[in-house]
Design a protein around this ligand. Structure first.
Ligand code: PRP
Length: 209
């Protein structure tokens, strides 16, 4: 049995549909209840829904053999896992955004509000720009409006959230998409199964192209 951690929510539903199309269905997953674990012994898979930012924890520690996590999470938490496949979904970008007309005053540290402290820290370190990180857990967009920060580092998908809060992208840091990841020991001991599943998913992605 392959244990598969899927990110709960819209992305997870899209990802499950990809696993289903690749030959790993689990019909009971569509029953509308609050169960979090579903298995289909015939296909040798057991799915479980976890918080998107927790997928890599389950996979790194071997509670899941494989999982699907955003590249943002992989860059932020650098889990010790294998990255097997770009799932070409959940596509967005990590960006710096600021209120319209923002000018950087390089005489002082730039105040950066973000959920992604490591990504932001690495980015500004690479540019030798001194920053003051303000770590928040959500609603990042309001930080510059209320004067808590100068800029934000956050995920931008459609750009609607920024627009509706009078912010704009000033720099793109890195493109983001969902990735298939594997536990390192599982990759060794369940190699055939994991390779087959990866190949089926890759084939499915190509067919959709
Ligand atoms: C992300 C991000 C932005 C929003 C961007 O939040 O933090 O708020 O999506 O999307 P848009 O460009 O299409 O408007 P998410 O919905 O992932 O939830 P979060 O508040 O938990 O970060």
């Amino acid at each position: 049995m392959l244990n598969v951690a899927l990110p709960k929510g819209r992305l997870g539903e899209r990802v499950y549909a990809m696993f289903e199309a690749a030959g790993y269905p689990c019909p009971s997953i569509k029953e509308n209840n609050r169960k979090l674990i579903f298995e289909n012994p015939e296909c040798g898979v057991r799915y479980f829904w976890v918080k998107p930012s927790d997928v890599s924890i389950y996979v790194e520690r071997g509670a899941a053999d494989i999982g699907v996590a955003g590249k943002d999470i992989l860059l932020e938490y650098t889990p010790d896992v294998y990255e097997l496949l770009d799932m070409k979904t959940g596509i967005c970008r990590m960006a710096v955004a600021a209120p319209k007309g923002f000018r950087d005053d390089t005489r002082r540290a730039l105040r950066v509000a973000t959920k992604f402290s490591k990504i932001a820290g690495d980015y500004y370190a690479s540019r030798s720009r001194e920053i003051d990180i303000i770590h928040l857990n959500g609603s990042i967009e309001i930080a510059p409006i209320l004067g808590l920060s100068d800029v934000i580092v956050d995920i931008v998908e459609t750009g609607t959230t920024l627009k509706e809060n009078d912010l704009e992208v000033i720099e793109t840091i890195v493109p983001i998409s969902a990735r298939l990841i594997a536990n390192k020991a599982s990759y060794k001991f369940k190699n055939e199964q994991i390779k087959a599943l990866t190949a089926h998913l890759a084939g499915q992605l190509q067919a959709e192209d």
